[in-house]
Design a protein around this ligand. Structure first.
Ligand code: ADP
Ligand code: F6P
Length: 473
């Protein structure tokens, strides 16, 4: 029998290092993705249990605690990995929720697997939650868990948070199992989103599909009310600031500039290799700026960091091929000996290396076609202690609601993207400093702890949950 907790987080992934040391010691793995990055910061010291998948296929592994945080792994078979994670979650829901920028695929078998796996996560959560505990379910992988859990354990306080966009009815209505998915989420007491528009979308859908009584704050169905609202996720600002101030990181940032040939301007992009991130549109804009002589290789470089993601999914494989072909073409046509136009690095970096890159950049280019939040944009701002640097940010990232002193852009409009890149490159330092200071001030009061406090104190009116977390921070 597993020990029980008063706070249980349920997320598809555990933030666990793949290589647990022989002595059982276990390191936090900073999974290159927004969810693990965000939750890592708040749960590291919390007396909670994290239920999730430890990666790979096969039987569950017993996992050591990380400080006061307990880990409970949920095992997936190879077939389940394909049907639930690579299939329904990442080939149906992910593209559909991101404006269908890649066509969503519908496969009836995947749905069955999604059901089975969601039930397994719900059972694991029910097992480790003490009487009256709060269970906080995360993201689109586990949309059925809140309702399943409520059936199993009516005593629990259940929260759900969607890290990715929640689409408008026109898109959601395409889903063959749309009513079940909606009912699943509404099993929660509080459904949180990144942007207010999402709360509006779910209210419309609940009315239309389920006959619920709904507005942008509450949805009443079968005599029970679920609250909804926007809670924009954030980063550990203090951690990034401390990293950026470390003498070795500052020295490394300087060294990187030298290694890049002391260019007048460094443009930087850091993404998971995903078709939602707009990497191809960005490369097209950059190629045309080079072609038209508006950007010269001898004084400007673009550093594109990308980390491989969901590598067995066909659309991700073909995306990688296309990007690598385009980077090769651009470097072949516009690079010079010892001076590539684009430095393309497809590898994970540790936090210190990322902080050094953020400090080196003159222009951070964050241009997703659609993104729930985009934490990279916030990390860049937090790393710019000296107030220099420009942020070019897509209007289609959740972060644009808060960082509206960035150079906002519609990445689908390649001409607009080129103009915005040029404006950011040529901006006056005083203008940049004003913009950066406003964005930094916003982040200081809206960090990851503020997000968790805001969400948990809305979930639990007594404020006990939020208080417990704050004491541990
Ligand atoms: P998503 O959740 O879609 O991956 P976000 O921008 O919200 O996008 O979060 C990405 C997270 O992953 C950030 O915390 C970022 O620092 C991290 N990350 C991105 N690329 C890398 C990389 N190459 N190496 C290590 N971490 C990365
Ligand atoms: O932010 C959306 C998300 O799916 C997160 O749940 C996850 O941390 C990240 O993208 C990375 O994706 P994956 O877990 O599939 O590697």
């Amino acid at each position: 029998m597993m020990r029980q907790s008063s706070l249980v987080v349920v997320a598809n992934r555990l933030p666990l290092d793949d290589n647990v040391a022989p002595d059982g010691a276990c390191e936090w793995r900073r999974n290159p993705g927004g969810l693990a990055s965000a939750l890592h910061s708040i749960l590291r010291q919390a007396p909670a249990t994290w239920v999730g998948w430890a990666g790979g296929a096969g039987p569950p592994r017993p996992l050591p605690d990380i400080g006061t945080l307990r880990l409970r792994s949920v095992a997936l078979t190879e077939d389940e990995l394909r049907g639930y994670y690579e299939g329904f979650a990442n080939s149906t829901l992910w593209p559909l929720y991101h404006d269908a920028v890649e066509p969503p695929l519908f496969d009836r078998g995947w749905w069955e697997t999604y059901l089975v796996v969601n039930r397994r996560f719900a059972e694991a959560a029910a097992e480790v939650a003490e009487q009256g505990a709060a269970v906080w379910v995360q993201d689109y992988h586990l949309q059925l868990v809140p309702e399943m859990l409520r059936q199993m354990r009516p005593d629990l306080l259940i929260g759900f948070f969607m890290h990715v966009p929640f689409p408008p009815p026109e898109l959601f209505m395409q889903l063959p199992r749309r009513a079940e998915l909606l009912r699943g989420m509404l099993g929660a007491d509080l459904v949180g989103f990144q942007r207010p528009q999402a709360a509006h979308n779910i209210a419309q859908l609940a009315t239309k599909l389920l006959g619920a009584q709904a507005n942008d704050r509450t949805i009443t169905l079968g005599g029970r009310t679920t609250r909804t609202g926007a809670f924009p996720v954030s980063i550990d600002v203090a951690e990034m600031q401390a990293l950026a101030a470390r003498p070795d990181v500052v020295a490394h940032a300087r060294e990187l500039r030298g290694l890049l040939g002391q260019p007048r301007r460094i443009l930087l992009s850091v993404d998971r290799l995903d078709y939602t991130k707009g990497i191809e549109h960005r490369l097209t804009a950059y190629r045309e700026l080079l072609r038209d002589g508006l950007v010269k290789v001898r004084d400007t470089v673009l550093v594109q960091v990308a980390v491989p993601s969901r590598e067995r999914v066909e659309s991700y494989r073909t995306l990688r091929d296309r990007i690598e072909g385009e980077v090769g073409r651009i470097n072949g046509e516009y690079g010079r000996v010892g001076e590539p136009a684009i430095h393309y690095l497809i590898q994970p970096f540790d936090r210190a290396e990322l902080a050094a890159l953020y400090q080196t950049a003159d222009v951070m280019v964050v241009t997703p076609l659609r993104d729930g939040m985009n934490l990279v944009a916030k990390e860049f701002v937090a790393a710019r202690e000296d107030g220099s640097g420009a942020l070019v940010l897509s209007e289609f990232a959740g972060a644009a609601d808060e960082l509206n002193d960035a150079f906002l852009v519609n990445p689908h409009d390649v001409e607009g993207l080129k103009d915005t890149l040029l404006r950011a490159m040529e901006a006056e330092p005083a203008d940049l400093a004003t913009r950066m200071e406003r964005m930094r001030a916003h982040l200081r009061s809206h960090d990851i702890m503020a997000w968790a406090r805001d969400y948990l104190s809305t979930l639990d009116h007594t404020g006990r949950l939020a208080e417990r977390l704050a004491r541990r921070a």
